[in-house]
Design a protein around this ligand. Structure first.
Ligand code: SF4
Length: 215
């Protein structure tokens, strides 16, 4: 196992997304991504700021003193050290979350880790990368997220949710692309189609508008 990690940033913030939104959370943002989404809001994470070992990353998480830790990116599973970091955080007793883009195999990720799988919709330009075999590895505690920019994305996500019966497996979140689709429009579509999904808003963008890094 490669025990080194290319890091973009490590910081303490409020969890902005998913079922733990609003809770203090330490974030370990790994650098680099295998995709290139049109509306990517972390393109600065393409370049690594520094390299550390898995042990040092766990040490930094411990110093932040928060029981909830999310490993995000970039794409954490694009680095060989990503799964080792997740296991090390779970071993340390952290409630550990992984945010992953859905194009890479999640089966090697430690069972104790909550996997948040961000399958891509057409407007991202990356929907062809979705790895559907990931669905069979999802557990009830995991979450699937669709970031939705328009009506076509909504239709795509809803077809996927129905086809794979995702709402019966785990929490499904529909999140509007900031500046492209209003939360009210997306809420309206969810209600009209009587979908068993959760509307997700990026809380950190409401708390700290205009701040890109470190939140
Ligand atoms: S998968 Fe995430 S980090 Fe990678 S390009 Fe898309 S939005 Fe950006």
């Amino acid at each position: 196992v490669d025990e080194t990690l290319e890091i973009s940033e490590i910081f303490l913030s409020i969890q902005g997304e998913g079922t733990r939104a609003g809770r203090p959370c330490a974030f370990i943002r790994l650098a680099g991504c295998n995709l290139s989404c049109t509306w990517c809001d972390t393109s600065y994470a393409r370049q690594a700021a520094y390299t550390i070992t898995v042990e040092e990353a766990v040490g930094q998480a411990n110093r932040l003193g928060c029981p909830l830790v999310e490993v995000t990116g970039g794409e954490p599973l694009a680095q060989p050290g990503g799964p080792a970091l997740l296991t090390a955080l779970a071993d340390e007793g952290f409630e550990t979350l992984l945010e992953t883009n859905g194009s890479l195999d999640i089966s090697a990720v430690d069972e104790r880790v909550v996997r948040i799988v961000d399958f891509k919709c057409p407007s991202s330009g990356q929907a062809e990368g979705n790895l559907w075999s990931n669905v069979q590895h999802l557990k009830a505690a995991d979450e699937v997220k669709f970031v939705i920019a328009d009506w076509r994305d909504f239709g795509y996500a809803t077809r996927v949710v129905c086809e794979h019966e995702l709402s019966d497996i785990c929490t499904v979140i529909y999140q509007p692309v900031t500046g492209r689709l209003t939360p009210a429009t997306l809420a309206d579509w969810i209600l009209k189609d009587q979908l068993n999904v959760r509307l997700g808003l990026q809380l950190h963008k409401i708390v700290w508008p205009g701040v890109e890094k470190g939140v």
